[in-house]
Design a protein. Sequence first.
Length: 231
Amino acid sequence: MKTFFKLTLALLMFFSLDTFAQESIIGEVNYKDLEKYITLARQNFPRKQLLDTRVEGAHTAIPINTLSYLDIFSASYFYRPDNNPVITAPGVPNANPYSVNGVQLGINLNLGSFLAKPYLGKRAKAEYKIAKLEAEEYGNTLVVEVKKRYYAYIQQITQLKINTQSVQDNKNVADNLKYKFEKGEISLDTYNQSRINLSSALTSKIQSEVSLLTAKDALEEIIGMKLSDVK
């Protein structure tokens, strides 16, 4: 009789494990939700925002460099009233330092800045291209990371379901063997083993709950909002 109940317990555990092994997360993946999470990560994740801002700044530098061509020119003027005589004789107290009266205009050209402008323009365009490529590269990395965290989240949901079912199955076995033990139909060792199995199942369930919360926090971190707030 004891051998029979040990065999029964072993078979119950075997069929439970066999059922769990057939579980799959493929059907649990919601690709519409995944696309929402990717979009939110692109909008909210700080590093992505930083790189996008850098691209915007680099792009703005291009027209600024073009307009700065005006900086290489400088204009000046001098004004001498027309009613002041033009006196150039040395030693005269009211000598006029200008050769003519009226307004005198002057334009100066900074030759070094003028020659450097085309190269500065090329550098601005190159920096914009680099910033854009870096943002695109990180955008691809971000998509992969969102998928990774989402799949981990789904995996933990499925694992928790399995462990919850395992707890229920082991509890049913333990309760049944407790009844038989009290009737003297099985040994103490067989009953104790069922309790050990139940305790192990409960521990696995608690661990999977913690893992699920951790995976959920990681996914919410990258999308920038709580999953319950995602519409």
